[in-house]
Design a protein around this ligand. Sequence first.
Ligand SMILES: NC(=O)C1=CN([C@@H]2O[C@H](COP(=O)(O)OP(=O)(O)OC[C@H]3O[C@@H](n4cnc5c(N)ncnc54)[C@H](OP(=O)(O)O)[C@@H]3O)[C@@H](O)[C@H]2O)[C@@H](O)CC1
Ligand SMILES: Nc1ncnc2c1ncn2[C@@H]1O[C@H](COP(=O)(O)OP(=O)(O)O)[C@@H](O)[C@H]1O
Ligand SMILES: [K+]
Length: 512
Amino acid sequence: MKIFTAAQIYEADKFTIDKQQITSDELMERAATKIFEWMHSRLQGAQVNIQLFCGIGNNGGDGIALARHLVEHGYNVQVHVVNYSEKRSKDFLLNLERLKDRKIWPQFINQDCNFPDITPNDIVVDAIFGIGLNRPPDSWVGNLIKHINASSAFVLSVDIPSGLPSDRMPSAPEHVIASSYVLSFQVPKLVFFLPETGIYVNQWEVLDIGLDTSFLGETDTDYHLIGRPEVLSMYRPRLKFSHKGIYGHSVIVGGSYGKIGAVQLTSNACLSVGSGLVTALVPECGYQSLQTAIPELMVLTDDEDDSLTKIDIPFDPSALGVGMGMGTKDETIKAFGAFLKKMSIPLVIDADGINILAKKWELMERVPKQSVLTPHPKELQRLIGEWKDDFEKLEKTKQFSEKHDCILVIKGAHTITVYKDKGYVNTTGNPGMATAGSGDVLTGMITGLMAQGYSSLNAAIFGVYLHGMAGDIGASTSGYEALKASGIVENIGKAYLELLRPPSSAENKEEN
Ligand SMILES: NC(=O)C1=CN([C@@H]2O[C@H](COP(=O)(O)OP(=O)(O)OC[C@H]3O[C@@H](n4cnc5c(N)ncnc54)[C@H](OP(=O)(O)O)[C@@H]3O)[C@@H](O)[C@H]2O)[C@@H](O)CC1
Ligand SMILES: Nc1ncnc2c1ncn2[C@@H]1O[C@H](COP(=O)(O)OP(=O)(O)O)[C@@H](O)[C@H]1O
Ligand SMILES: [K+]
């Protein structure tokens, strides 16, 4: 699914109005009706107290139109207009008149008013600001937002949490609605997925308001949300008359004394994702444990016992993952530099591989084009330097990718794979995966996919998705706390099955 900017959403709006020959008011009515249906199907007429806080623009207009539908269906509704500007939108005014025609009189909240009481049992509809927010709210509006947040009521945000800009950080975090649920029109917003701005969004859902599909299909976006349909189209089926040679020979390079487990996890994941053959290259101290733990694995060893000093591979691998548990000793750095000089196929570089590159910048020039780097935030910082916020982090990552023609996988709750000016936002995974070794598993999966012929970019996007899915399946039986990296590996097969399971008719409808 594409992630549009606010400017693109406004364009889609205009295009739809022209093409479908409807008025902007009709589009607002569609939006409000969709929210009403969402609420009505859940509340089924329950007599809860619903307090709607509506701004004076189109987001507020949505809220006012929603209030009319709720009243018409017998709900217990109080409407507050947050009067932050004299410049009311045409469709807001139209809907205000319609509400008054039904003898509903909203309460106007101005700078000097007392705020209404909100009990924890109320439902708050947040329609104060939408994607039109272009400056920090006045402090009294900010205080109203604080008042709503302090209420412990369930807060349903229309389109986006009020006070959260769609393309930058809020200037005062406490002046942003902490939503319980966001109903976003037609498309999700990038801010839902970034660590610094996603905290205002507990859960979200997209409501289809019938924006023109050809416009949505043809408009190019910088970010894509990666779900099942996107990943399924990348899947490379296993052929009946195939043999292990077709699925590639992966090599996993890493490990040091006390950190051989990292290589074990990576190699295991690489095998489980379907690499035809896997060989690990480790210091001598890793030989015994790897051979015992993974009978399917072939093992090459360095002459040195506890760290890598030479990276020689006596055959041409199809794919190569390097760096986990490798350490950054001088001899290892030297060996890594010499190895990079010989390599021409794209690599997957993780952990200490990245740390070495950050220490020895000149080595970056030797990294083969189309390699995949999988940094966690600290490693990313070593690569691209400090950033002031998540938006700058993404921009700097894009520049790095462009400059070095590599793919960067920014790991986190919503891992974002960046290639040049595009970002692919993952939707699977859970906090149980914040555990030692889960990144090593991801490296093995991406390497194993590249060995099977996936392009570097597809291997990264597909691997990140499948890794998160395996973690989700693991957590569904172990819970978050007990999930271990090896539990993610154990569920890679089930993740494939889940991906390839024919969707139910309800899912089919959602995905189309
Ligand atoms: N296709 C879709 O998705 C559809 C979208 N729809 C809905 O429209 C919403 C966008 O509506 P919107 O453009 O009227 O902007 P909104 O957010 O209501 O703000 C109102 C105005 O406030 C102003 N302003 C800004 N910041 C301010 C501040 N800090 N303090 C004070 N004032 C401030 C600024 O005007 P300015 O004063 O800058 O001229 C701004 O224009 C969208 O989120 C969705 O809910 C649906 O109706 C139909 C289909
Ligand atoms: N809160 C979270 N939600 C979803 N996935 C997470 C979360 N925290 C971590 N992960 C995933 O777990 C992995 C952690 O990688 P990393 O930090 O490199 O671990 P390690 O170095 O221990 O192997 C990444 O793929 C990341 O996306
Ligand atoms: K809102």
